[in-house]
Design a protein around this ligand. Structure first.
Ligand SMILES: Nc1ncnc2c1ncn2[C@@H]1O[C@H](COP(=O)(O)OP(=O)(O)O)[C@@H](O)[C@H]1O
Ligand SMILES: [Mg+2]
Length: 398
């Protein structure tokens, strides 16, 4: 349950926030909030603090921003949301005042629901933090940047990345963002049947660049409760992106989301290398043929040489097939590393990509969906992946 304090909302907003069950909504009219003697501090009673404070369209921007700054200073754990047209000006000012979210008055019920879910998740994590100073708990709430990479195209990187986003969003609704860093041939939007209004090219072109709050205006919400930052329509946009920008983008997203999933193009281009530098986890994907497996091995060695091999690594063997002439053991022998998850070649996967609905969204998934779930489990904060996956057969990977 979330306690929501609504300051200066109109009837419509009150109705919209009140319609979601399980929340406690306390509305205070703008006429009260705008009085000179109004004292927000008197409403902030320890143990009865609101989880979310929403400024409605009836309070002046000046009042909203100054009260938000006050809240930010006194109770930074409270999620503050402003309902206003998210122009660049408003976003920048909101950001400076510690406002976490700006929602348009025209936002859909779905967007309101998502905002509340996210705020609720934020406050329960805060409670978790408050309850214990145990380092184990701290680790649980840390953010995690996960890069999905492979030397080859068509091996299932994007398929795995979208399913990771769907799977992790179940544990962390609206706290997952999927970034399409395949700057030339990114197809996350197709895999997810999204029609994004903005793309990565807009982020890199925008003046505010990678400011956390502005960034959010470029994200596209997916019905499975995560955000996507889709690739640009034109491959030419990729030319202008430098590694510094990529690193800044990912660290900015990591400050805001628990999971940042990065899909990459084939091989180790500059953006992929930059992403790997920021990554906590790398998911290496190989198909079941000798050339692909060998190249994965080479890629890992290059990363180790450059000292940018992420701390946790996972090897996924995709398109596993009895008729390939290779066994998992053969693959492990060639690559010199253990295979962590085997995803079988399955029609359910190709169908799901073509429909734009990841297999993990299907009601009843087959063996491939099960395998995708195993990849998700490795990445969940409390999963087993804290241990580096590769420390095997004398391969010195640091
Ligand atoms: N396990 C699988 N079984 C069948 N088809 C798959 C499997 N994994 C991926 N595919 C299909 O292969 C194609 C390429 O996958 P994709 O994820 O786009 O590869 P990449 O991102 O590495 O280029 C997609 O059409 C996808 O549906
Ligand atoms: Mg791809």
């Amino acid at each position: 349950m979330s306690r929501i304090l609504l300051l200066g909302g109109d009837g419509g907003l009150e109705y919209r926030l009140g319609q979601f069950p399980g929340n406690l909504l306390v509305p205070i009219a703008a006429s009260v909030v705008e009085r000179p003697e109004f004292d927000l501090r008197s409403l902030m009673v320890e143990d009865h603090l609101p989880d979310i404070v929403v400024f409605g369209p009836q309070v002046t921007r000046h009042t909203a921003m100054s009260l938000a700054s006050l809240l930010d200073a006194m109770h930074p754990q409270i999620t503050v949301v402003l309902v206003a047209d998210p122009t660049t000006d408003v976003m920048l000012e909101a950001m400076r005042s510690g406002i976490r979210d700006v929602l348009s008055p025209e936002a859909s019920d779905e967007e309101y629901r998502i905002m509340l879910l996210k705020a609720h998740d934020h406050s329960s994590r805060r409670d978790l933090r408050r309850r214990s100073t145990d380092t184990e708990v701290e680790r649980v709430v840390e953010s995690r940047v996960v890069v999905v990479a492979s030397p080859k195209g068509g091996v299932g990187k994007s398929t795995i990345a979208v399913n990771l986003a769907v799977g992790l969003a179940r544990q962390a609704p609206m706290d997952v963002v999927l970034v399409d860093l395949d700057l030339q041939f990114g197809d996350i939007a197709t895999h997810l049947d999204l029609k994004p209004a903005h793309s990565l090219a807009d982020v890199f072109a925008s003046q505010g660049g990678v400011d956390t709050l502005l960034l959010k205006t470029f994200l596209t919400a997916h019905p499975a409760n995560f955000y996507a930052l889709c690739g640009s329509e034109s491959p030419a946009a990729a030319d202008k992106v430098g590694p510094k920008q990529v690193r800044a983008l990912l660290s900015s997203l990591a400050a805001q989301f628990r999971y940042v999933i990065v899909d990459t193009g084939a091989g180790l281009d500059e953006p992929t290398l930059a992403a790997l530098e920021e990554a906590n986890d790398a998911v290496f994907v190989s198909s079941m043929d000798v050339a692909s497996v060998r190249n994965v091995r080479k890629e890992i060695e290059v990363l180790a040489t450059l000292s940018i091999l992420p701390g946790a690594r996972h090897l996924v063997l995709n398109f596993a097939d009895r008729d390939s002439g290779l066994t998992v053991r053969d693959v492990e022998a060639v690559v010199g590393l253990p295979v962590n998850v085997v995803v079988p070649r399955a029609v359910e996967v190709s169908l799901s990509s073509n429909r734009g609905v990841p297999v993990l969204m299907a009601k009843k998934g087959g063996p491939a969906a099960k395998a995708m779930n195993n990849v998700v489990k490795r990445l969940e904060s409390d999963g087993e992946s804290a241990k580096p996956a590769f420390a095997h057969k004398g391969v010195a990977l640091t």
